[in-house]
Ligand binder design. Sequence first.
Ligand code: DON
Length: 306
Amino acid sequence: MDLQAVVDDIASALSERRGEGKVADYIPQLAKVDPKQFAITITTVDGQVFSAGDAETPFSIQSISKVFMLTLALGQAGETVWKRVGREPSGTAFNSIVQLEQEHGIPRNPFINAGAIVICDIVLGSYKPKEAIGEYVRFMRYLADDDMLTIDRAVAMSETATGSRNTALANFMRSFGNLHHDVAHVLGVYFHQCALAMTTRQLSRAGLFLAAQGADPISGYSVVSASRARRINALMLTCGHYDGSGDFAFHVGLPGKSGVGGGILAVAPGKASIAVWSPGLNKVGNSALGTLALEMLTNQTGWSVF
Ligand code: DON
């Protein structure tokens, strides 16, 4: 299969539609991003890279970071993570608080904001916030095989200034005893984690271990066990797009994680890691064209897991 032709085809089919959807504006810095950008990169498990569009332009990975922080938390705390966060789809928006009261401060899954904040608290462990952020950036540089990855401080500051909803979620969980560190410290880590800037090329490289049973197929090093990779993929499939997860599985049929920056990381197990980016979001806060691009991709390649 000519994967370069596939990505070129997708980029040209969507070129007329660039700018569709609505750019996230609740984080003021994200509202400034040019909505007409689009990028796609496929990195195959045998190390080939196929890109089209703005694949060298860094964007804010936002909630896609939750996959990597979950991986770190599982490495640090193992299965005890699941005492503090569930594994069920929420059926609610990414920043919803409604289930938290009924469910005693235990978030439904690690990908809604409440769950990701608990995951941050776990990764903080005995670190200082700066050390935890350093640990995360090192991990991301290692996975992306690129020492140039950096956090966009302007985005982190922008979200710190406007993050009342996340502050509420964190305080609420702390009142149930499910947040052990200082709220400001946990959120400091969380906002910086979300503000990591990556290109689709770097992101698809970083997700490759999930397509290759937990080992980086290029370096040969193990990142997580095969069963842990399977489970992370299962969570991405069922919870990675919040209340749009069912629809994403229906149309695309791959484990995926979206971010309000307009990126999506999708995993085709045994085949490839795919990153797409287009800033305009659909009604549930996931990249509109990014989702369409992935649907076209699975239609053309037959890579759906179903
Ligand atoms: O906490 C937030 O609201 C953002 N830093 C991340 C949310 C996000 O990416 C939702 N995904 N589509």
